[in-house]
Design a protein around this ligand. Structure first.
Ligand code: HEC
Ligand code: HEC
Length: 499
């Protein structure tokens, strides 16, 4: 049997990252007592591994300091992750150093050794260490600390059991998700590579099936729907049997992994152009070609430095960059991520149709069909004139995003580079949920990270999207289903089909 004991140790806020000089104020959530757990490590991106040595060291150190390792998690307070724990206030301190506290929520049994992180008062601050619970009595709200020398004052704020939710999330994840999604959340778990579609690689911070507007992150409810119900037609199973607490915890852990992954991605992207082995090799090769050209023309030219020398110089320049600019890059990156994930939870980010669902009539379906076949939407180019997901676009060679280079295979790809097919709409199987509002949102904001475009707000009015929803939902029931047939077999349906 395994058990996890959580004892958070606060890290001094003045801790400086190896090179970055970042003000990191996080807490290590140390898990003890689980014997020799599986050797779990976070992997780094290939683009990180390709950085020149000093830049690579710096990125890895920054990540390790800010997120820790799977067996030694760090809670970075800047991130909008519910790490868990119960906040409370000291009401009074009695003579024998027993403290009466008021907890913000009801607590279950609080075990001996549970960490107490001080948020305010004399025990808080830069150099503070967390205290630990000796005894907590629920009935009287009396708390005794292990070290009686530590005495807080009335009014001091604290968190009991800080990080418990993330720890539980890690535990649930390693047991249920890791074998597909990988320890790092890179979608490359031991069984992941055999699956089609591949398990999501969380490290782009991108999820496909959300209720949020185009460009916005997934919110907790979206992740809850995915974890609870799975993704029909894929290997992503339903985890309805997980308890409520476990489900909530694993969602925080997935968000945390996604933030970690995107943080690494953005940081590395910032450094790659100047400090990757590849970019330096490219510019050295270019300089050599230019040099050879000049020599051929008997022009005066200075021999460019060797690759080794160029890398050495770049490492030297990096030291300066790390000191003068990197801290600001890290700050900016964490700000962008914190804001994006926070914004996704706000009501404004959720797509709410401005008009009620248009009545599902033959006329509405026909309007939807015409839109489907129109140049305004071009639905048919992907989903096909038959609706079976076999449109002309699936025969083309498509360029990779942000480049003119094309994929080696015909057909569509998602931003992770996986080939994918437009959905066969005649089957009535929807990955992002089958309620009309789910389909509305799918068309409004597209399927994120895939070529399925967003039509809401710009290309189509909300009424038109409802017409398309009515049309798409009718496809599995029209025989033979064929958007291309004008008026077609659809007219034979009842005016108001029962739902
Ligand atoms: C048997 C393999 C498997 C297991 C186990 C598994 N997943 Fe998945 N998961 C997938 C696949 C495959 C997809 C991608 C489906 C797609 O692209 O439509 C996916 C996608 C996801 C997504 C992305 C949803 C989106 O909108 O982009 C989330 C979040 C997710 N899984 C969470 C979890 C969590 C949490 C667990 C464990 C509790 C878990 N998965 C276990 C295979 C798995
Ligand atoms: C450029 C190609 C493209 C166009 C244009 C396009 N789609 Fe898609 N669509 C896709 C792809 C690809 C998927 C599957 C993405 C995935 O699951 O990863 C998809 C999925 C869907 C789904 C399935 C949603 C779910 O939850 O499973 C629906 C419904 C849909 N499209 C409707 C439409 C409609 C209606 C239009 C026109 C208004 C349209 N699509 C235009 C490519 C396209």
């Amino acid at each position: 049997m395994m058990f996890f004991k959580i004892s958070p140790f606060s890290r001094p806020c003045s801790a400086r990252h190896a090179f970055g000089g970042l003000l990191a104020c996080g807490f290590t959530l140390l898990s003890l007592g689980c014997g020799a757990g599986p050797p779990a490590e976070f992997k780094f991106r290939a683009t990180t591994e390709d950085l020149i040595s000093d830049a690579k060291k710096s990125v890895k150190a920054t990540l390790n300091d800010s997120f820790g390792t799977p067996n030694d998690l760090v809670a970075w307070e800047r991130l909008p992750v519910a790490y868990g724990g119960i906040n409370g206030t000291v009401e009074s301190v009695t003579d024998d150093k027993s403290i009466v506290v008021k907890l913000d929520e009801e607590a279950g049994k609080i075990k001996h050794g549970t960490g107490v992180v001080w948020l305010t008062g004399g025990l808080s601050g830069e150099k503070s260490k967390p205290s630990h619970v000796a005894i907590f009595q629920n009935e009287t709200s009396q708390l005794q600390l292990v070290n009686k020398g530590e005495s807080p004052a009335a009014g001091d704020r604290f968190i009991l059991g800080f990080g418990e939710q993330l720890q539980l999330g890690r535990h649930v994840y390693m047991k249920n998700c890791m074998h597909c999604h990988g320890v790092t959340g890179d979608g490359a778990g031991p069984t992941g590579e055999f699956l089609n579609p591949r398990p999501r690689d969380y490290r782009n911070g991108q999820f496909k099936f959300t209720s949020t507007r185009a460009g916005e992150k997934a919110n907790r409810d979206d992740l809850h729907r995915i974890v609870a119900y799975g993704i029909p037609g894929t290997y992503m199973p339903s985890f309805l049997l997980l308890g409520d607490k476990e489900t909530k915890a694993v969602i925080e852990y997935v968000r945390w992994l996604a933030i970690r992954g995107e943080f690494e991605k953005r940081l590395t992207a910032e450094l790659s152009s100047d400090y990757s082995e590849k970019s330096i090799a490219d510019s050295t090769a270019k300089a050599n070609t230019a040099y050879a050209e000049k020599q051929k023309n008997k022009e005066e030219a200075e021999r460019p430095p060797s690759l080794n020398k160029a890398i050495k110089t770049a490492n030297g320049e990096f030291a300066k960059f790390a000191k003068e600019e990197l801290p600001a890059v890290i700050e900016e990156t964490v700000d962008i991520l914190a804001q994006a994930w926070t914004r996704a939870e706000e009501a404004d980010s959720i797509i709410v149709p401005t008009v009620q669902r248009v009545e599902d009539t033959v006329a509405s379906r026909e309007r939807g069909r015409l839109l489907y076949m129109s140049d305004k939407t071009k639905c048919y180019t992907c989903h096909g004139e038959t609706g079976r997901g076999d449109g002309g676009a699936t025969e083309d060679f498509w360029p990779k995003p942000g480049s003119t280079e094309k994929y080696a295979n015909r057909g569509l790809h998602d931003e992770w580079g996986n080939q994918l097919k437009p959905r066969n709409l005649t089957l009535g199987q929807y990955r992002g949920g089958r309620r009309p509002v789910d389909l509305f949102r799918r068309m409004y904001a597209g399927i994120k990270g895939t070529p399925m475009p967003a039509f809401g707000g710009t290309a189509l009015k909300d009424e038109e999207i409802w017409d398309l929803v009515n049309f798409v939902m009718s496809l599995p029931y029209s025989r033979p289903p064929s958007p291309a047939a004008p008026g077609g077999n659809m007219a034979k349906l009842d005016e108001k089909p029962a739902h």
